[in-house]
Ligand binder design. Structure first.
Ligand SMILES: Cc1cc2nc3c(=O)[nH]c(=O)nc-3n(C[C@H](O)[C@H](O)[C@H](O)COP(=O)(O)O)c2cc1C
Length: 172
């Protein structure tokens, strides 16, 4: 799919067919899109966590109670350590959240290009997600997404609008 079509047609999907798995080769291509994402100093301070096992899914589902999320056949997230990411000497800004978010966005857009649905989720229970992902003390996570296909014949809600370019752009 053409790049601009991908970013125009991507949307948050909150209705998944629990019986339609993401094919392994499709998942591989989605992960590859994350692998080649840019990161500050090319540090690549990330681990891609793919949850498809019944035990893993049941733990991650417990961390985000929305009923639609319980049906997603796969959940993807990106985790990492602050000490592995670049820190700007001038003021101590650390790029971990930026790097992890870029990798996640690459994968979400790759999923859209593959016809696989997703939805950024940050409103999970932080401690429950940490325990579901078996994170160490120094590991962080900023978002998770379901991956899957919508139920057949499901009527997706209308696309959400956006502010106009005039409202959000400033030229200096
Ligand atoms: C950082 C971030 C966190 C989000 N967290 C949630 C969430 O916890 N639950 C949810 O249903 N959607 C969540 N969303 C999805 C947004 O609601 C959605 O992207 C926005 O309404 C625009 O709709 P669209 O993705 O269909 O274009 C999140 C999106 C972002 C970028």
């Amino acid at each position: 799919m053409e790049f601009y079509d991908v970013i125009r047609q991507r949307r948050s999907v909150r209705d998944y067919d629990p019986d339609k798995q993401v094919e392994p080769q499709v998942l591989q291509r989605i992960l590859e899109a994350g692998r080649i994402a840019p990161s500050a100093t090319n540090a690549q301070p990330w681990t891609f966590v793919v949850i498809t096992s019944p035990e893993g899914l049941s733990r991650v589902r417990a961390a985000y109670g929305s009923s639609w999320f319980q049906d997603a056949p796969a959940v993807l997230t990106v985790t990492g350590r602050r000490s592995d990411a670049w820190t700007r000497p001038a003021d101590g800004y650390n790029a971990l959240e930026t790097d992890l978010t870029i990798a996640m966005d690459h994968m979400i857009l790759a999923a859209a290009a593959e016809g696989v649905s997703s939805c950024w989720i940050a409103a999970y229970q932080p401690e429950a997600i940490r325990s579901a992902l078996e994170l160490g003390e120094d590991e962080e996570v900023f978002a998770i997404t379901p991956l899957g296909y919508p139920r057949k014949d499901v009527q997706l809600p209308p696309r959400r609008g956006r502010k106009s370019l005039e409202e959000i752009t400033k030229y200096l």
